[in-house]
Design a protein around this ligand. Structure first.
Ligand code: UDX
Length: 441
């Protein structure tokens, strides 16, 4: 009986908190674990420590049902669960392209020391291919249950902003297992998801690890491809917006992840492609993914080109220019500012001498903390008041819905740079605005 499983979720960041709450919603007894006592206290009190639509409501329900609890003790987790999900972060290592696996290793070793009976540990974190094999040895060496503890890999593909839906209704589940027993356990745990028609791919752990980095590498490549085309469009007078629409109508290409602009940021794509290059070098196949270096380069260049475009729009010099920056989060529906193109551009404009006023619907507290030199306002209209240039950096729907005629009445000069190809140029031009976007004439 699948529902008899007691699950632990180790690491309660974007991924782990969502996973823990969703597993409780599916009917399991779940224990969420984190080394951060403050985070655990907040979650136990029903507060999600980050912005994720739908998650607070689902957390409240799970806590009320008594099926979800939180702890800082991995010993308690080892004792409680028979399936343990590892959801701790794998950030980029300082001064290197490599992934920092210290959190994963520390969590796994501490957990394994407490495992006295047969258990399944399931890695969900994004890791370099080959990590599971190495972790298995570490785990067997320290666990009192020895080989009776198994490690499987089940990569997580959820997007921030759609985390609940992506967890409940994923495009696919990938089970990287070393035994039929582990496969059966995973099939039981995910039965409610699989029964809704989600395809399952069963493979070995190294392939499962690689699916995740290969997918993110592909997505990053798609975005940089269209941003490279934007550069060609600019040099030739072509329009990347129409180009992307036409390319996307080819079913083999598809229109998603083909939106030109400022490029990708966040806690995943940038560090994942770098860690992938680093790992491929170690494996002696660096040449095979060397193009990801270009993908990264095109992405960084999009941010620089955006700064140039704003300078151009401001008349060639940014000193003393008042800029209204709409958006700080790395994408809409998130308060995540990790490697956010928006804040990267805003601070580059500031360094070039502009006075930059930032507004974001949910990422203000994070932005203020990380970028204290920028100035902040209470609304789009507030920051735009007296602005020489308005810059759209994160395509929140509330920015898309701004009435250009109304905004025009508060700015000093009606000039807008659309960093996300999110606005209709004809509408803004009709309201008297000078409209500019990367890759458009
Ligand atoms: C990504 C992957 O999509 C997800 O499967 C993985 O699990 C984690 O990494 P996420 O980081 O939440 O998810 O964001 P995503 O929606 O993929 O967007 C990434 C970045 O690409 C954002 O900065 C977004 O603005 C940018 N982007 C996306 C574009 O610039 N153009 C596009 O067409 C699409």
């Amino acid at each position: 009986d699948g529902a008899a499983h007691r699950l632990t979720v180790i690491g309660t960041g974007y991924l782990g908190a969502t996973h823990a709450v969703c597993m409780a919603a599916l009917g399991y007894q779940v224990l969420g674990v984190d080394v951060d006592a403050n985070k655990i206290e907040r979650l136990a009190a029903g507060e999600v420590p980050f912005f994720e639509p739908g998650l607070p409501e689902l957390l409240a329900k799970a806590l009320d049902s008594g099926r979800l609890r939180f702890t800082t003790s991995l010993a308690e987790a080892a004792d409680f669960g028979d399936v343990h999900f590892l959801c701790v972060g794998t950030p980029q290592r300082a001064g290197s392209y490599a992934a920092d696996l210290r959190h994963v290793e520390a969590a796994l070793i501490t957990l394994a020391r407490g495992l006295h009976r047969r258990a399944l540990v399931v890695g969900k974190s994004t890791v370099p291919v080959g990590t599971a094999a190495r972790l298995t040895d570490l785990m067997h060496a320290v666990s009192p249950a020895g080989d009776a503890v198994e490690l499987a890999w089940n990569p997580e593909f959820l997007r921030e902003g759609f985390a609940v839906d992506d967890t409940m209704r994923p495009d696919r589940l990938v089970f990287g297992v070393s035994s039929r027993w582990a496969e059966r356990r995973l099939r039981e745990v995910f039965a409610p998801v699989v029964d809704q028609g989600c395809p399952v791919l069963v493979t070995d752990p190294q392939t499962a690890e690689l699916v995740k980095v290969a997918a993110n590498g592909f997505l990053a490549t798609k975005i940089s491809y269209i941003n490279a085309m934007a550069e060609v469009c600019e040099a030739s007078g072509a329009d990347v917006h129409d180009l992307a629409t036409a390319l996307g109508l080819d079913e083999r290409i598809g229109s998603r992840f083909l939106r030109p602009g400022l490029g990708f940021g966040g806690g995943c794509l940038p560090k994942d492609i770098r860690a992938f290059m680093h790992r491929a070098e170690e494996l002696g196949v660096g040449r095979a993914v060397a193009f990801l270096g270009e993908v990264d380069g095109i992405n960084q260049r999009s941010r620089e080109r955006m700064v140039d475009l704003v300078r151009d729009l401001a008349g060639g010099d940014l000193r003393g220019v008042r800029v209204a920056a709409l958006g700080a989060a790395f994408k809409p529906n998130s308060d995540d500012i990790r490697d956010a193109p928006a804040l990267d551009v805003a601070s580059a404009l500031h360094r070039a001498g502009a006075r930059v006023w930032v507004f974001d619907p949910v990422a203000m507290a994070n932005a203020r903390r990380a970028y204290p030199a920028l100035e902040y306002g209470d609304s789009a209209f507030d920051v735009a008041t007296g602005a020489d240039v308005v810059v759209l950096l994160t395509e929140w729907s509330q920015f898309r819905e701004i009435d250009p005629a109304a905004l025009r009445t508060v700015v000093a000069r009606p000039r807008i740079a659309d960093g996300r190809h999110a606005l209709d140029p004809a509408r803004w031009q009709a309201a008297g605005w000078e409209y500019r976007a990367l890759g458009r004439p």
